[in-house]
Design a protein. Structure first.
Length: 349
């Protein structure tokens, strides 16, 4: 039961495993890199990563190096870890010690990684990023040849291994994504002409990976779908379900409303009021208001103090999913999960 002092976010290992299996079946023969940014979409990066590795996932993706280093300690030496944000020299050195693959999106960052590899004696594994039009970091077409040549020279000198090429898609239209893929493939072909061997080529994240198989490379980066968060306004995904539910207990009953122990202090948007329904022992009921540490919900017959209300989850009591809640307030599903504070205690099954 949820504690009277606040809500509980219950993460379900069986659901996460089933989601991972559904994604892997969808993307094969490409290999899955499960992205665990934002503390595993609010569920706990260490927990999610251990489940993923045990389920056979060979790659984990993180935004930043400190998270990747933390995960290396949590999951051990086996999975490949990929961190893609440009970082400080100290963090680069820590990444090399932990054998973390680095996403490199500028010549300046590449040169700093090479210096740290030389200084630490740890050979760096590099995935070079080409800007395919999104302008979210990445070497321009004009810089690409120089970047590849610098990387290959450092590889020849034993400092790095250039193992991959990657980029991001805008996912604004099929035409834009097709043009981005053409730029990406041209950059890969040019790198191979210069002597590079790039076994890991990754361009797509969750939505494009799922819907556009022709855009997939040898590796795909999927985060939200593994955690059961679908694209905003997107269709339901076969075999995918929310991997966590948020529950809170009834504190008191007042006329035609019950008061439960969850609120904006826990990270729930106050604007959800009168826009969504939550799950109760009596079925779906309207969420009437969201206060600082309490929410008011339409009552049901036989409601009692201590009853459990599901604020969001898989629909077992009539509640809506995190994505549906997000759509009701004009945001994306992962925000509902990621904005939950430590006030919502995590529980694992």
């Amino acid at each position: 039961m949820a504690g009277l002092n606040g809500p509980v976010l219950r993460a379900d290992e069986a659901v996460l495993r089933a989601n991972i299996a559904a994604v892997q079946a969808r993307v094969t023969p490409a290999e899955l890199m499960m992205v665990v940014k934002d503390d595993g979409y609010g569920l706990g990066a260490d927990w999610a990563s251990r489940v993923a590795v045990d389920a056979g996932v060979g790659w984990l993706g993180t935004y930043d190096i400190p998270t990747a280093v933390q995960l290396r300690a949590a999951v051990g030496p086996q999975p490949r870890l990929f961190a893609w944000v440009t970082s400080s020299d100290e963090e680069i050195a820590a990444a090399l010690h932990a054998h973390i693959d680095l996403g490199v999106g500028s010549v300046e960052y590449l040169e700093r990684v090479i210096v740290q590899a030389d200084a630490t004696g740890f050979r760096a594994r590099i995935h070079l990023k080409i800007d395919t039009g999104l302008h979210r970091n990445g070497l321009s077409a004009e810089e690409w040849d120089d970047g590849v040549r610098i990387a290959l020279d450092a590889q020849h000198r034993g400092m790095i291994d250039l193992v991959g090429a990657w980029s991001h898609l805008a996912e604004a239209s099929d035409a834009e994504d097709d043009a981005a893929q053409a730029r990406f493939l041209a950059a890969v072909a040019r790198a191979e002409t210069l002597g590079a061997r790039l076994p890991y080529q990754h361009l797509t994240a969750s939505a494009a990976t799922w819907e556009r198989p022709e855009l997939r490379g040898t590796l795909v980066r999927v985060g939200a779908f593994c955690f059961g968060v679908r694209s905003a306004d997107g269709p339901d995904l076969p075999g995918i379900a929310p991997a966590a539910e948020l529950v809170a207990q009834v504190r008191r009953i007042e006329d035609d409303e019950v008061v439960i122990g969850a609120g904006s202090f826990d990270g729930l948007p106050s604007t959800l009021a009168r826009r969504v329904r939550v799950g109760t022992p009596g079925g779906a009921r309207e969420l009437r208001s969201v206060g600082i540490d309490e929410m008011r919900v339409e009552a049901w017959q036989g409601a009692s103090v201590g009853d459990e209300v599901v604020v969001f989850g898989r629909g077992r009591c009539g509640e809506e999913s995190p994505t549906t809640l997000a759509e009701a307030v004009g945001t994306v599903g992962e925000e509902i999960l990621c904005r939950l504070t430590p006030g919502a205690r995590r529980e694992y099954r």
